[in-house]
Design a protein around this ligand. Structure first.
Ligand code: ZN
Ligand code: ZN
Length: 388
């Protein structure tokens, strides 16, 4: 990456105040936030730009680092080996932190204007979303055809009734952490180094309950069993899921995860499904295949009259429109395909045998396209043998 001027990246002057820098950063960060870009390529570009902006802001928003950058330029941000120059940056590492780190580091800025959460939940007092729940359910083939209502029972975390989700014993208060003075972080100086770590006493919260709620042990949430009705739409596909928003686990401060119900459809011995289409095997007799016929066939919606055209071949497909699965959340339907399977009688009755004998005697190669082709090849083969 080229070493661009940090002030140029943010579009501010060298004399810009901290507020001007912050507001320039907010504006640019909003513009280049990857979530604002749908197209994959735009997203990638925006992410690069976003990292650049975040890096520039990270340095310029810190008065100490800004001063060093002003004085020494990019050289100030390098760490000369063994120099004890501890607070400098390694150039590459500046631009190579991951997006999650950026959000986490700047969550106090992002939190209020973009509405997304710190992905690592590190920021103090951040509302944490509860986790999602997956529930697998098996339904019958025809429930998938027509849709169904199901009641499922799930176990999930819900806000504790006793403490209203605070984790505090009712009547007691939060106490400011004396170890970190409410900052959630503690600084330790070791020679040149200043190490900032999460406060071990309050785990970064800056405060902790005087007395914890005995019902939820201070967690603020409790396990609850809940019955939930789900509506399975007609035509739902196997292995697809239905998302029920806010029906997952409740996190701290009432943010709920989602519930994902994954649908498994039992196979049907007769009807096979392919996307929105239904496929069945259609056994056809020799007589029907030669002369054609009109018959009734089962579809997923009941019996249906169809025509078998005369001269139909083995493996040919008869298609019935609108006899397949309903496309979910739509009124159109797939098709039903009947794959012709001409059956040859293995033990024909005596009358049939007699008739087939007559057939065999009167049929010629002109009645059979493939037989005629085969005979032609055979003839050529014989001639070839003679010549050779
Ligand atoms: Zn409680
Ligand atoms: Zn603390």
């Amino acid at each position: 990456m080229e070493k661009k001027d940090l002030y140029e990246i943010l579009g501010v002057s060298k004399t810009a105040t901290q507020d001007e820098i912050k507001s320039a950063f907010r504006k640019l960060a909003k513009e280049y936030h990857p979530d604002m870009h749908k197209n994959e390529q735009d997203k990638k570009k925006a992410e690069e730009k976003f990292k650049e902006i975040a890096s520039a802001y990270k340095i310029l928003s810190d008065p100490e680092q800004r001063e060093r950058y002003d004085r020494y330029g990019w050289d100030a941000l390098k760490t000369p080996a063994g120099s004890g120059y501890s607070e400098g940056f390694d150039f590459d590492s500046i631009f190579n932190f991951d997006m999650g780190d950026i959000f986490s580091d700047f969550s106090d800025i992002f939190g209020d204007f973009l509405g997304f959460e710190s992905q690592k939940g590190r920021a103090r007092g951040k509302k944490r979303k509860g986790s999602d729940i997956r529930y697998d359910i098996e339904i019958d083939f025809f429930e998938a055809v027509f849709g169904a209502k199901k009641v499922i029972e799930i176990k999930r975390k819900e806000s504790c009734i006793n403490c209203n989700g605070s984790g505090l014993k009712p009547g007691s208060k939060m106490k400011v952490c004396s170890t970190c003075g409410g900052h959630g972080k503690v600084r330790q100086s070791q020679g040149f180094f200043t190490i900032v770590t999460t406060c071990p006493k309050c785990h970064g919260q800056g405060e902790f309950p005087e007395q914890i709620c005995p019902e939820c042990k201070g967690e603020g949430v409790q396990n609850k069993k809940r019955k939930i009705e789900i509506k399975i739409p007609a035509g739902i596909e196997n292995e697809s899921y239905i998302k029920l928003e806010n029906e997952g686990n409740e996190g701290s401060s009432g943010y709920k995860g989602d519930l994902y119900v994954v649908i498994h459809i039992k196979e049907h011995p007769f009807f096979k499904r392919q996307g929105d289409d239904v496929i069945i095997n259609l056994p056809v007799t020799i007589g029907q295949a030669v002369l054609g016929d009109e018959i009734e066939v089962p579809t997923i919606y009941g019996l249906e009259k169809i025509k078998i055209p005369n001269g139909i071949q083995n493996g040919e497909i008869i298609t019935l429109k609108n006899k397949g699965f309903q496309k979910p959340y739509s009124s159109s339907k797939g098709a039903m395909h009947l794959v012709v399977n001409i059956e040859i009688p293995k033990n024909p009755n005596s009358k049939l045998k007699e008739l087939f004998n007559q057939v065999k005697n009167v049929e010629t190669e002109n009645d059979y396209f493939s037989v005629k082709e085969f005979n032609k090849i055979k003839e050529n083969f014989k001639k070839g043998e003679k010549n050779g």
